[in-house]
Design a protein around this ligand. Structure first.
Ligand code: ZN
Length: 312
């Protein structure tokens, strides 16, 4: 179902602003740069409920203008190949990353659909999806994960990655997709899956943590490496580790999104949405951008490490 034209325009502007900020961040090679100032948040946009492949990053390869031959007086003439001054490939060129914004805004209107059992891997069947939690001010988890996913997508694309989003809107008229779809969406070609969520723990608890597949799963070790890379960048961004999860990483076979990914997969519980401080951070566009930049940098660190290359 559609959304208003006005809403679409607002969203386009917000995403453009985020992209601009993240391109700036990418210029710092996703290193320890000062984050740009607050930008507009990315509310929902129109679109179908089906998963989508985001457009590849617009990595400009526009050749520098050749100075041309001429005024040389016996000196070697520069090459007339306009691409002679080539720019290096962006760091994530050729890498496919699945970004899963947890839940969908309209899930609560479709109790039958989201409670239908689906294959959740590891011999378990579970509900297709859940409504997710909300902040004390009733900002839905689905909208927060959507906002961070937009900024994360822009950051990864500006580093050259191709992003596969598991949903292409935050829409009160839509539900799903189910966890089995989210987990297996790009098993054939993705390098990693990052699923974004906010927790619904007791309000006195706060901080981020990361969920990885259990120790008996083939993806466990690599997923732990991805989680450690993300944790290091979230630490560096000054985000607090969860007060209720040891070392902020927990392995579990309970999550279909993780169980059904054949590639390294991590659920990022970005904070406890029932906690006032975490809720304030994660509903603030600057806070969402900080989380997205940290996650994008962590993904790049993980890919660099897997390639055996040095991280910038
Ligand atoms: Zn969630």
């Amino acid at each position: 179902m559609g959304v208003t034209e006005h809403r679409s325009r607002v969203s386009a502007r917000a995403v453009a602003a985020l992209r601009a900020g993240l391109l700036l961040a990418a210029a710092c090679a996703l290193a320890a740069c000062t984050p740009p100032g607050p930008t507009a948040s990315a509310p929902g946009s129109s679109g179908s409920p089906s998963p989508s492949v985001a457009a590849p990053g617009s990595v400009s390869a526009s050749p520098l203008e050749s100075p041309g031959p001429a005024e040389s007086e016996g000196y070697p003439v520069p090459s007339d190949n306009p691409t002679a001054v080539a720019t290096a490939d962006p760091p994530l060129a050729g890498v496919v990353v699945v970004v899963d914004p947890g839940h969908q805004l309209g899930n609560r209107h479709f109790p039958a659909e989201i409670s239908a059992n689906v294959d959740a891997g590891m011999g378990v069947r579970k509900a297709c999806n859940t409504t997710g939690t909300a902040t004390p001010d009733d900002v839905p988890e689905a909208t927060i994960t959507w906002g961070v996913a937009q900024a994360l997508t822009a950051g990864l694309e500006s580093a050259g990655a191709q992003v596969v989003l598991t949903r292409d809107s935050d829409d009160d008229a839509l539900w799903g997709p189910c966890v089995d779809v989210r987990g297996s969406l790009a098993n054939d070609r993705a390098a990693a899956l990052v699923s974004l969520h906010g927790d619904g723990a007791p309000s006195g608890e706060y901080g981020f943590h990361l969920l990885v597949p259990g120790p008996d799963q083939a993806t466990h070790a690599e997923s732990v490496r991805l989680a450690e890379a993300l944790r290091a960048r979230l630490d560096a961004a000054g985000l607090p580790r969860a007060t209720y999860v040891a070392d902020a990483i927990r392995a579990s076979n309970d999550y279909g999104t993780l169980n059904l990914s054949s590639k390294p997969a991590v659920i990022v519980e970005m904070g406890n949405l029932r906690n006032a401080s975490d809720a304030a951070t994660l509903t603030d566009p600057a806070g969402q951008l900080a989380v997205a930049q940290a996650v994008a940098a962590g993904v790049q660190d993980f890919i660099d490490d897997a390639r055996g290359g040095a991280s910038s």
